[in-house]
Design a protein around this ligand. Structure first.
Ligand SMILES: NC(=O)c1ccc[n+]([C@@H]2O[C@H](COP(=O)([O-])OP(=O)(O)OC[C@H]3O[C@@H](n4cnc5c(N)ncnc54)[C@H](OP(=O)(O)O)[C@@H]3O)[C@@H](O)[C@H]2O)c1
Length: 236
């Protein structure tokens, strides 16, 4: 009997790492539920696009409900949507605080609840959270308190969820990127950003998609944060 085709839900899928993940999973013949606020409809019948703000619980619910209705299962969720606001700590506004928490934490919380409920019914599933190496390794000159506050929460929640669901077939892991060449960083900053990594280069989107696909295939790995950061967390 053929095993059913797998289904992955990816947030923040319109560009950068998320768009790279859509391609990487489609290349493995996964069916994809893709979300972002401005994402365009897809002509690919194996891609279901759910446009909207993932911090809105109704959008998160639609992503999983409509995905289940169309594809009948949900094997993997990649919580990739995220924003980075680099400001000195005392210059963050109340609006910055609310936005970063809503997207980086709310964007994980709501959709993960709906997805994990389905995974538990299936008896299998995998959640992958995209964090940042700044959680473990702050950089002088790159102010990042709100990134550490929110992605640090995701990092810790990765282990909590992994243990809570370990006996029910659901794995939970994280990928912790260094600085990756995506639209998040203007090309004129690349040379400076490269120098922040011991390997003296920025990461490529493929460095992150390979790590996600490794975790996806690694059935004995759960509760792990895989650093893909050109050595940043190891030291300087
Ligand atoms: N690039 C890096 O150096 C780096 C380093 C460490 C960690 N990360 C993390 O990796 C993830 C992807 O980063 P990236 O560099 O690919 O970023 P990016 O190029 O800025 O893309 C971010 C994606 O998230 C979507 N998004 C933002 N807010 C959203 C919301 N409220 N609801 C739904 N989607 C939303 C954006 O699309 P819309 O605008 O259409 O919503 C876009 O598709 C983020 O979580 C980021 O924190 C990146």
């Amino acid at each position: 009997m053929n095993s059913p085709r797998k289904v992955v839900a990816i947030t923040g899928a319109s560009q950068g790492i998320g768009a790279g993940l859509v391609k990487a999973f489609r290349d493995r013949d996964y069916r994809v539920i893709a979300n972002s606020r401005s994402i365009k409809p897809s002509s690919d019948p194996d891609v279901l696009v759910i446009a909207g703000d993932i911090s809105d619980r109704k959008v998160a619910e639609r992503m999983i409900k409509e995905g289940m209705a169309k594809f009948g299962r949900i094997d993997t969720l990649v919580n990739n949507a995220g924003i980075f606001v680099a400001k000195p700590f005392t210059e963050y506004t109340a609006e910055d605080y609310a936005n970063v928490l809503a997207i980086n934490l709310g964007g994980f919380f709501h959709v993960s609840q709906f997805a994990v409920a389905e995974m538990v019914k299936q008896g299998s599933g995998h959640v992958i959270n995209i964090t940042t190496t700044l959680v473990d390794h702050a950089i002088d000159g790159v102010p990042s308190v709100l990134a550490s506050l929110t992605k640090g929460g995701l990092d810790a929640a990765t282990r909590s969820m992994a243990i809570e669901y370990a006996k029910r077939g659901v794995r939970v892991n994280a990928v912790s990127p260094g600085i990756i060449k995506t639209p998040m960083h203007a090309p004129e900053t690349h040379a400076t950003l490269a120098g922040l990594h011991p390997v003296n280069r920025m990461g490529e989107i493929s460095d992150i998609t390979q790590a996600v696909l490794y975790l996806e295939s690694a059935g004995f790995v759960t509760g792990e944060t895989l650093h893909v950061d050109g050595g940043q967390v190891a030291g300087h």
